[in-house]
Design a protein around this ligand. Structure first.
Ligand code: CMP
Length: 390
């Protein structure tokens, strides 16, 4: 490749005020070389001793910000120079310089570079000006980078600390939740072992043992279910959510009535099936109904409502219970989050219900929305895609 850009025209662009004699000396001490694109002319941290001035083409100056990533500092063109820092500071290369196109350069070795620098004040001036500007830019980049890294580290640390806290809370809650029914069951078993209970007392003790063991089983099942849906992808089939809702109502009718609530299913006719896993979907809806009953300590109607929205199905569970404080709304789906107390009311549970529901809905490519007014009640809506072609 030959260049149209004569060194004698380019050199004064790089070193304003340079005298004709100095230009000639510079040319006499240098040689012109051509490199294809993607040639590395300076390698960061390498000890190299060539100075370059670009006559034609473009190079990119990059600097490593960690072991894998580099940042582009600048693109240099005809009339720009590079490779001066290592020569002036007697140091390894401060950056990597790679050709971006075919590039024609004027090259000087260290000896010639030193000689030109001593003889020409214009070259020396231009060097000092450019180097201080480049150093400033590199320092700024390093500081900016440190700032980004520090903030990333702080965020990661905060997340880890939060996860750790959640895990710790979870274990404490599990231990707590297990201990209550375990203590009750084992206490009654000890009395049963004595063989002194009879008639109604015997039946009552057996009922208590079985109810408490049932609670332990359902808690352990919830924990295992959450782990399972994270690891195993179920095979999806057409699922009739309206039938699931009716089954849940039948199952919970008695419990609801004991709390003074009344379960109703609305608009469930002619609702097409969704594509999904019926066991998981039943569990997701059950958790919403269970919560609705639990958080309605003063009773009231609980409605499971169906609404077809184009290619989606919205299934909502609405109660008239204690509602959710606005500042808690973003946390209620977190695993292990649970409300223990509201006013004088205490609530059991370890906060896996909504985490299960959200996980199931996400697995079905749906959405789970919540609207709530403290003291007025809550409405949770699962939006599920309707099965294709059914
Ligand atoms: P040197 O350290 O010898 O080799 C790499 C070259 O990249 C360096 O000299 C400069 O010429 C050039 N360089 C380093 N930092 C910058 C920057 N911020 N802007 C432009 N060029 C730079």
């Amino acid at each position: 490749m030959t260049t149209n850009r004569a060194p004698s025209k380019i050199i004064p662009l790089a070193f304003p005020g340079i005298k004709p004699g100095e230009v000639e000396e510079l040319i006499a001490n240098s040689k012109v070389n051509t490199y294809p694109a993607e040639t590395v002319l300076c390698r960061e941290n390498a000890v190299e001793t060539i100075f370059y001035m670009i006559l034609e083409g473009e190079v990119e100056v990059t600097k490593l910000i960690n072991q894998r990533e580099a940042r582009v500092l600048k693109t240099l063109r005809a009339g720009d120079f590079f490779g001066e820092m290592a020569l002036i500071h007697n140091a390894p290369r401060a950056a990597t310089v790679t050709t971006k196109s075919d590039v024609v350069v004027l090259e000087l070795d260290k000896e010639s570079f030193d000689r030109v620098l001593q003889h020409s004040s214009s070259v020396a001036m231009a060097m000092v000006k450019e180097i201080s500007e480049r150093l400033r830019q590199n320092d700024e980049m390093a500081i900016e980078d440190l700032r980004i890294r520090a903030s990333e580290l702080a965020q990661a640390y905060q997340k880890l600390a939060e996860q750790d806290l959640a895990r710790h809370e979870f274990l404490t809650n599990v231990a707590h939740e297990l201990r209550t029914p375990l203590m009750a069951a084992s206490g009654y078993l000890q009395i049963l072992q004595k063989g002194t209970l009879q008639g109604n007392q015997l039946n009552e003790a057996m009922d208590t043992v079985s109810r408490n063991i049932g609670q332990i089983v359902s808690l352990v099942n919830d924990i295992l279910f959450l782990q399972e849906i994270e690891l195993v992808l179920p095979a999806f089939q057409p699922v009739k959510m309206s039938e699931i809702a009716q089954d849940i109502v039948k199952k919970y009718e008695k419990q609801a009535a004991e709390r003074g609530t009344h379960l109703k299913v609305r608009n469930e006719r002619n609702i097409p099936p969704v594509n999904g896993d019926s066991k998981s979907l039943e569990r997701a809806l059950t958790a919403l109904v269970d919560n609705a009953i639990k958080f309605s300590p003063r009773g009231g109607d609980i409605e499971i409502n169906f609404e077809r929205q184009k290619s989606q199905l919205a299934v909502s569970v609405e109660d008239h219970g204690i509602g959710i404080a606005t500042d808690q709304l973003s946390r209620i789906f977190d695993r292990f989050y649970h409300l223990e107390k509201s006013g004088d009311d205490l609530f059991g549970g370890i906060g896996l219900g909504l985490a299960i529901t959200r996980q199931v809905i996400e697995q079905h490519h749906g959405k789970l929305n919540v609207e709530s007014k403290p003291g007025k009640g809550s409405k949770f809506t699962m939006i599920l895609p309707l099965g294709s072609g059914i």
